[in-house]
Design a protein around this ligand. Structure first.
Ligand code: BGN
Length: 381
């Protein structure tokens, strides 16, 4: 009886020791498993500043889980508790604009540049970086876009334009830069050369894939008019108040046009020979068709623009434009991007745009006959 009581006591003691040891061992063991995979909790904490970091950490998390599974038995409770439920994709997605509203209000009052800077610049809590640059966060923009503005002496329009366009481009989620190319001096304006210069200088800044050539007095009225890369050269300004909302004529390519880099190179840019107002856009239309592209356009209610009238001094119409238009497709491979001559006098990154002041080669004016530039072996397209 005594023996059996002793035995019973021994059994209880052993059981007691086991219970004590288990209690001591478990709390030590549990944190060890958590510490083994500290990256998991990092994944669940989204970082707004460093998307690449999130991506790397997510991968590390998966690798670390694999390693755990191989070397020791899986502990499902621990993994379930700490595994993030929301950190889904391993790679950032393509940007999809979700904040577009369609018709937008156009504020035509003229602001001071400082007011616009205070509304939009990162220096004041806005989203636009120095040089007029924006890149969406948390997703990959479909393309890299340069918005080129041929410009001279339209400061009021530029301020209205910047205040209006930056927020729209940001809602469209483009990775973009606004580049204003200003013609130095008082010689007659050459919109087409400024466009060519803008294209070439933009490519010196970055590897842009899409280009929008934009008159500064055109204010977009519908934010669903997409400025991204078009499949074919695209006329974005279809319905303009100045033309009473009527499409001017079938071959019209003025105001706002968009190209991919390849398309613009294929047509060799615009002609350099159109000094003064008019014709260069019709010539561009001929090149587009001559290179075998069809022209695309948005629906009229989407490609809607208001044209700023005040502070507008129109240049004299170019005297030789009618004659030049007869030879568009014959000149297109010798007169254009590959023949433009200019000098960049100044390049500045202002808070809301990149400014390029260019001096053009004015002797290329009407002193030359258009036919001088047609190579003798040219084939008409
Ligand atoms: C046209 C101009 C275009 C201009 C539109 C709209 C010419 C060439 C001679 C026929 N074309 O007349 O450049 O965009 O008007 O204003 O002048």
């Amino acid at each position: 009886m005594i023996m059996s009581r002793r035995r019973l006591l021994l059994v209880w003691t052993i059981l007691f020791i086991i219970v004590i040891l288990t209690c001591i061992y478990l709390p030590i063991y549990e944190p060890k498993v958590k510490v083994q995979d500290p990256l998991v909790s990092l994944v669940a904490t989204p970082s707004r500043n460093n998307d690449q970091k999130i991506y790397n950490i997510t991968i590390s998390h998966q690798v670390s889980q694999l390693r755990t599974t191989k070397t020791q038995p899986k502990k499902p409770t621990t993994i379930q508790l700490t595994k993030p439920t929301t950190a889904g994709p391993t790679k950032p997605k393509l940007c999809e604009p979700e904040l577009l509203v369609g018709a937008v209000y156009c504020n035509k009052t003229v602001p001071r540049m400082q007011e616009v800077i205070e509304q939009l610049s990162v220096d004041y809590g806005g989203l636009t970086k120095k040089g007029g640059v924006f890149k969406p966060k948390g997703c990959i923009a479909k393309n890299k876009l340069a918005i080129i503005i041929p410009y001279r002496n339209r400061s009021e329009h530029l301020r209205i334009f910047l205040r209006h366009m930056h927020p729209i481009m940001q809602r469209q989620m483009h990775d973009y830069r606004i580049i204003v190319v200003e013609q130095a001096g008082n010689y007659s304006f050459n919109r087409a050369q400024l466009i060519n210069i803008g294209f070439l200088e933009a490519l010196n800044i970055s590897d842009f894939e899409c280009f929008v050539f934009h008159d500064v007095d055109h204010i977009l009225e519908n934010d669903k008019n997409d400025y991204g890369c078009p499949e074919n050269p695209r006329l974005l300004g279809v319905s303009v108040d100045r033309f009473n909302r009527r499409f001017p004529y079938l071959r019209y390519f003025g105001g706002v046009g968009s190209f991919s880099k390849e398309q613009f190179e294929k047509i060799n840019g615009y002609s350099n020979l159109f000094w003064g107002w008019g014709g260069e856009d019709d010539d561009a239309y001929n090149r587009i068709r001559g290179a075998g592209y069809s022209l695309s356009r948005p629906r009229a209610d989407v490609g809607r623009y208001m044209m700023l009238k005040e502070h507008h001094f129109r240049d004299k119409p170019g005297g030789n434009r009618h004659m030049l238009l007869k030879t568009s497709t014959k000149r297109m491979y010798t007169d254009g991007l590959n023949s433009v001559k200019y000098e960049v006098l100044k390049k500045t990154e202002f808070p809301l745009y990149t400014h390029i002041l260019a001096k053009l080669h004015e002797e290329l004016d009407t002193t030359r006959n258009a036919t001088d530039l047609i190579p003798t072996n040219a084939v008409a397209i």
